[in-house]
Design a protein around this ligand. Structure first.
Ligand code: GDP
Length: 208
């Protein structure tokens, strides 16, 4: 997919205030510093579409960008646990769970994982929550330029094994990316393009 246009549309903290356009939407989420802003800039070939760390601003909001006038890219805040009950029951922030549970336009999410790190409980629990709530998602491993090919393979295998062992019978799709050298850009964009085509064929806009 060629990126012809990428425009910021709106930031807000409520799913009910998100844009109403009946177009497919893909959201990007992960712990802070995972490389989300860099990845969004890399995918859209824009230097500053998403603000990278060190420039505080829209990090606690749902940020909508319209790409090629026909799909939304959503930059979501980093997830973490919100404490809701006296028993310190762990749950994710409500505006994030509301977004996933209520956003009809959402076709798929991308959960970002730093390829250098071992599986972290908060990431695994978030993916488990997504699975339980039947929210489609793929994993995007970031910062692949930081590892040699053998180490990439080892870490990805370990990650997928752990997911299979702890969560599912069938592991989610995954992509290996680097914002520094552009690895994975074509694969992710092609994937989005193919989902967009599918939805166009099925007159998906009528369903929203
Ligand atoms: P965010 O907090 O998830 O939006 O993360 P940022 O995109 O701001 O990136 C966090 C840090 O990781 C910054 O210092 C980036 O320069 C660095 N970073 C992000 N992506 C990559 C990558 O693909 N390769 C390398 N080597 N560093 C990266």
């Amino acid at each position: 997919m060629k990126i012809k246009s990428a425009e910021f549309v709106i930031s807000n903290s409520k799913v009910t205030h998100c844009p109403k356009d009946p177009i497919p939407e893909y959201s990007f989420i992960g712990r802070s510093n995972v490389g989300k802003s860099s990845l969004i800039n890399m995918l859209t070939q824009r230097k500053n579409l998403a603000k990278t760390s060190g420039r505080p601003g829209k990090t606690q909001l749902i940020n909508h960008f319209k790409i090629n006038d026909n799909w939304f890219l959503v930059d979501l805040p980093g997830y973490g646990y919100a404490r809701v009950s006296k028993k310190d029951k762990k749950t994710f922030q409500k505006y994030i769970t509301d977004y996933f549970l209520e956003r009809k336009q959402l076709v798929s999410a991308f959960v970002l994982i730093d390829i250098r790190h071992e599986p972290q409980p908060v990431d695994l629990e978030f993916m488990q929550w997504m699975g339980e709530n039947q929210i489609p998602f793929s994993i995007i491993f970031t910062k692949a330029d930081k590892l040699k090919p053998k180490a990439i393979e080892r870490n990805v295998d370990l990650y997928m094994q752990q997911l299979l062992a702890s969560i599912w019978e069938e592991a989610p799709n995954y992509f290996i990316t680097s914002s520094t050298n552009g690895i994975g850009q074509e694969e992710v964009l092609q994937y989005i393009d193919s989902l967009n085509e599918n939805f166009k064929k099925n007159n998906w806009a009528d369903l929203i």
